[in-house]
Design a protein around this ligand. Sequence first.
Ligand SMILES: Cc1cc2nc3c(=O)[nH]c(=O)nc-3n(C[C@H](O)[C@H](O)[C@H](O)COP(=O)(O)O)c2cc1C
Length: 191
Amino acid sequence: MEKSINDIIAQRRTIKPDKYTGATLDDQVIRELLDAANWAPTHGYTEPWRFVVFTEDGKESLIDLLYKLDVEDHGENDVRYSKLRARIERSSHVIAIGMKRGVNPKIPAIEEAQAVAAAVQNMWILASAKGLGAYWSTGAIGYDKRLSEALGWDGEEDSAMGFFYVGDYAGEWPEGRRISPYTDKVRWERG
Ligand SMILES: Cc1cc2nc3c(=O)[nH]c(=O)nc-3n(C[C@H](O)[C@H](O)[C@H](O)COP(=O)(O)O)c2cc1C
């Protein structure tokens, strides 16, 4: 039986690269995720989401870039390097997420960031619905100006917004967890 949209949303999960099989997914799957991202809503059709997809040898350039920034911040460190390498190697595709600020000054920057988050959520829901491992990480470097500029998002208000890791997953589907139900976060007013 087809899953309901409610179940698909509730079963979207964070699955981190250490759980991926290491297999490479067909690029076509990633194109479908990116197309889903492109259907996110925006105020004023600014469509501010930008992505750089790292796969195959591109993953090596991403490792080089991230380690260069890490060395600037923390110095040479083999453990940090190995963790970084493992996370990227184990992923099939790593998608750098960016926000390119539109030119319409009437659209507040926060709305551009909200639109990017909606785009990522679209990819994430679809990735989970396909049974893939997927994970949005912002970490320490996610919004770093050096990262944004290296990826080509170099306008004053442009920003990198972390990475979306995607990989093949063969384990049990993880249980979700929420600290409190939606009812704790909602107040209804009826006059
Ligand atoms: C904007 C954003 C940034 C995130 N960055 C990180 C991160 O840097 N490290 C991390 O462990 N999880 C990160 N996460 C994943 C959350 O920790 C995860 O979504 C949360 O644990 C809930 O699990 P679920 O996605 O399976 O429902 C991020 C999630 C979002 C929405």
